[in-house]
Design a protein around this ligand. Structure first.
Ligand SMILES: [Zn+2]
Length: 164
């Protein structure tokens, strides 16, 4: 689901901040409509209609979305939805709940990561980013402060998506 191309990079980045801050409430999906409340200076209700995995309509109660614009609240909800979607897929055919690494596992992970050299770490990270579009977009938004290259990156993604 390549929903990120529906938003400008600025809105996408603000939405990602909201998502990271835990501003998105519980997601509910009934009859193909995904709803959630996003907390900020005010609470806004977001509703996103799906047909299969395709977004057909998006609404938000904030002033920015009044004229039909896609706002940061919608992006925030989709970041959360996308994240949950990935977790559900990863759990397919597996009874254990591995949505989050346990504290014990994390301590071991930390030890392992600490002894790896920089070159190996960079290689590992790049291969993870290459294979996960959501993760790579999140990474770009968080670490790349060069607006021009973010625009370029998102435009490339658009081109790729159009050519499919
Ligand atoms: Zn909004």
């Amino acid at each position: 689901m390549d929903w990120q191309r529906l938003f400008s990079e600025h809105i996408l980045s603000r939405g990602y901040d909201y998502f990271c801050d835990g501003a998105v409430g519980e997601l509910k999906k009934t009859n193909g409509v995904l709803t959630a409340t996003v907390e900020g200076s005010f609470d806004y209700s977001v509703a996103i209609s799906f047909e299969g995995e395709h977004i057909t309509d998006m609404d938000c109660s904030c002033p920015y979305a009044e004229d039909g614009s896609y706002c940061k609240h919608m992006a925030a909800v989709l970041f959360k939805y996308n994240k949950n979607g990935i977790e559900i897929n990863a759990n397919e055919g597996d009874d254990t709940d591995n949505a989050n690494v346990s504290a014990d596992e994390f301590a071991i992970l930390k030890e392992v990561v600490n002894i790896l050299d920089m070159e190996t770490l960079q290689k590992e990270l790049l291969s993870m980013l290459e294979n996960d579009q959501n993760l790579s977009t999140a990474f770009m938004l968080r670490h790349n402060k060069n607006d021009e290259s973010i625009s370029q990156y998102i435009n490339n993604k658009r081109k790729n998506a159009d050519s499919i």
